[in-house]
Design a protein around this ligand. Structure first.
Ligand code: NAD
Length: 366
């Protein structure tokens, strides 16, 4: 008798979407292709119970299409919980464009992507993410109204990154209050990994507060620029061995993984990157056991979505800042809830977010 042994690749082929390990009952996954502009994009709509699925578009040179698919599935799911816990009437969605943003992004490609977004009639609303900026969203706006994060001169709320950074700063201060008994970050050693749009703005808040800031990035020119501008130190060693109080992941996700989790010496992890835990159960639990306070990423990096939500709801800067500042209170509440219920901070945040979605589902049924 012959026994068929399936390899990982066969499994991927036999269950290409619904069988992906990042698939979590997503409502819709849209593959977009355009030969003329070279566009290859995937739009993931995870959940639209609370409202239209809003989430940024990431342009990245993925190693494989599987990586792109898993990224969009993970990111769109994260958006569902981010909006739910922040109290916004939005669902979770995200898009990825496969390619190098520096060399392959053109206005024609962005317009074509916008046409695909438009074809979903508002079920998915886009915004910027890694590899995108406000001007790209302005280009998308030429072909669809289902886009946020456009320039202030065109009626948008502008670049969301400074607001995201402010929310991360609030979440970090709340974690410090919980862990150290004081939210004053003066003299605290903080390592910011990734000093892009959000990371750099976070560095500014931290230096204003008198924190002892270290920066790390793969972009050497940027490191020089930011270190000179804010008088911060460039960290040259391996980030995961750094002897610091706070580790702020502000580059890409999954940096807390099997290879790194047991090396981290920081007592707080609070950063902007989405999906910091490679495996939210395993790695969240290890952090909890090691006494490392993990401020859930989707909770503390919600400033950007608060900012773009203002474009849909028409509220102003003052309300944006009030909602973003409230990340401090929510974070503190969740850290305490996790302790009281002996669960990880990530699970505590997920539970509260899921509850809000379930409540709305019940309301909709009645
Ligand atoms: P960005 O592209 O402006 O910056 C990312 C930075 O990380 C770049 O400087 C890049 O060189 C650096 N980087 C990439 N790989 C690295 C590595 N291995 N080690 C060190 N540095 C590395 O992106 P951004 O807008 O600042 O977003 C940063 C993170 O925050 C992303 O994960 C994004 O999804 C998340 N986020 C951003 C927003 C927002 O408002 N921009 C909102 C929520 C979440």
């Amino acid at each position: 008798m012959q026994v068929d042994v399936l390899t990982a690749n066969d499994l991927k082929k036999s269950a290409p979407v619904f069988g992906q390990f990042s698939f979590d009952n997503h409502e819709q996954v849209v593959f977009c292709n355009d030969k003329d502009t070279g566009l290859k994009a995937i739009i993931g709509i995870h959940n639209s119970v609370l409202g239209p699925a809003l989430g940024g578009t990431r342009m990245w040179n993925y190693n494989s299409e599987w990586d792109a698919l898993n990224d969009v599935l993970r990111l769109s799911r994260g958006m569902t919980f981010k909006s739910a816990i922040t109290g916004l009437n939005l669902g979770g969605g995200k898009a990825v464009i496969i390619g190098d943003a520096k060399t392959q992004k053109t206005p024609a490609l962005m317009r074509k992507f916008g046409e695909f977004v438009h074809s979903l009639s508002g079920k998915y609303i886009t915004a910027e993410d890694v590899g995108m900026d406000t001007e790209d969203m302005d280009t998308v706006r030429e072909v669809t109204p289902y886009v946020t994060g456009i320039s202030e001169s065109k009626g948008g709320a502008g670049n969301p990154s400074p607001i995201t950074a402010y929310g991360v700063f609030m979440g970090m201060k709340a974690a410090a209050k919980y862990k150290y008994g004081s939210d004053d970050l003066e003299g605290r050693k903080v390592l910011v990994q990734g000093i892009g749009h959000v990371g750099e703005a976070l560095v500014e808040h931290l230096t204003n507060e008198g924190a002892d800031v270290y920066i790390s990035d793969i972009n050497i020119a940027k490191l020089q620029e930011v270190s000179e501008q804010y008088s911060v130190k460039i960290y040259t060693g391996d980030v995961y061995d750094a002897d610091v109080d706070i580790y702020a992941p502000c580059a890409l996700g999954a940096t807390i993984n099997d290879a790194t989790v047991n090396r981290i010496k920081a007592t707080i992890i609070a950063g902007a990157a989405n999906n910091q835990l490679a495996d939210e159960n395993t790695h969240g639990l290890i952090l909890q056991q090691k006494g490392i306070v993990y401020a859930p990423d989707f909770l503390i990096n919600a400033g950007g979505i608060i900012n773009v939500y203002a474009e849909l709801e028409g509220y102003g800067k003052q309300e944006i800042m009030r909602k973003t500042e409230n990340i401090y209170n929510t974070t503190l509440e969740i850290l305490k809830t996790a302790e009281a219920q002996s669960i990880t901070t990530h699970v505590a945040a997920l539970k509260i977010a899921q509850q809000r979605i379930d409540n709305r589902k019940m309301e909709n049924l009645n």
